[in-house]
Ligand binder design. Structure first.
Ligand code: SF4
Length: 309
């Protein structure tokens, strides 16, 4: 179906989701990737990220938006290099990307907090783009001390009214988010903080073991479904780069849905080589999972241009 030798541009809009590591200092029961402190401290190599950033920047279908994610995205400060995140941020800023940094904020009470805030301040001070700091906030994260400390710092003159939008990520009906929202109103009335409430918890990894959330594959395809249905507005589909040097279309954490982005000779696959492989894998998984959110024709229409279907 797909000819790897010919490059084509997808109909969809993409953004990049960088899973810098699957290691996490927490082990939340609902973790959809099954992250915890026992996971390998393997990191997504910066040179790989930069290679793909340069590939993506030449493709008009890529939005200038990069999510820095994990596992815990601040892990490099503790187990890799103090320079990993600053270098990554500065390279993304040089390429005019908007950065969405996702963290559980436990580090805010650690000895390295000042350094991490200093690096986040660079994003807050960027006048060209709006960046986002996502803080996880729900009954499963054991991070209340980190959150409280974060609100204190984010309401200080270094951050207030700057270009760093703070979002609390939570779930509908979660008992912790409501409490936290009312605390913020009382204690930090000037702090503008958005709450992104996902309807349900995805049931994969630790979540599946703990029987929390709703069934995959329906929900896993849910994000793509929304993006494909409303692609002409502002939705887009993630291209994931993972610490084991694989890539995926969509928010897929399952290994069977990923493709190695490294050739046998050790070179990195150019986007025009990788994309058709990702599409093929995506469509095969979609069939295997018997997902009926959209039809095969719809899927092909969004992922493969007419002359290649
Ligand atoms: S949900 Fe987030 S904070 Fe919790 S274990 Fe998973 S990656 Fe870590």
């Amino acid at each position: 179906m797909v000819n790897n030798k010919s490059f084509y541009s997808p109909v969809t809009e993409f953004y990049v989701n960088l899973y810098v590591t699957y290691f996490c200092n927490l082990s939340c029961k609902h973790c959809l990737i099954g992250c915890n402190p026992r996971k390998s401290k393997k990191f997504l190599p910066i040179r790989d990220i930069l290679f793909y950033m340069d590939e993506f920047k030449n493709d008009s279908k890529f939005s200038k938006s990069a999510v820095v994610n994990g596992g815990e995205a601040t892990t490099p400060y503790f187990y890799n290099s103090m320079d990993y995140i600053p270098i990554l941020n500065s390279e993304l800023l040089n390429r005019n990307f908007e950065i969405e940094f996702h963290t559980n904020s436990v580090w805010a009470k650690s000895k390295k907090a000042d350094i991490i805030w200093q690096d986040l301040k660079i994003l807050a001070d960027d006048v060209n783009n709006k960046h986002i700091l996502d803080l996880s906030c729900d009954q499963y994260h054991k991070n209340l001390d980190g959150l409280h400390e974060s609100f204190k710092v984010l309401s200080s003159p270094d951050f207030i009214n700057k270009n760093l939008i703070t979002k609390l990520l939570s779930f509908e009906g979660d008992p912790v988010i409501e409490k936290i929202q009312s605390e913020i109103k009382q204690k930090y009335p000037n702090l503008k903080i958005e709450s992104k409430i996902d309807n349900q918890i995805i049931k994969t990894g630790e979540a599946a073991k703990n029987n929390i959330g709703i069934e995959v594959p329906f929900f896993e395809y849910g994000n793509e479904y929304r993006a494909m249905r409303y692609i002409w507005t502002d939705n887009s589909i993630a291209i994931g780069l993972h610490p084991d040097r694989t890539a995926s279309i969509g928010t897929f954490y399952n290994e069977k849905r990923r493709v190695s982005y490294v050739n046998k000779d050790g070179t990195l696959k150019p986007w025009k080589q990788l994309y058709p492989q990702l599409v093929e894998k995506y469509i095969n998984c979609f069939k295997e999972d018997k997902c009926n959110l959209f039809t095969q024709d719809e899927l092909k229409r969004f992922l493969i241009p007419e002359n290649h279907r």
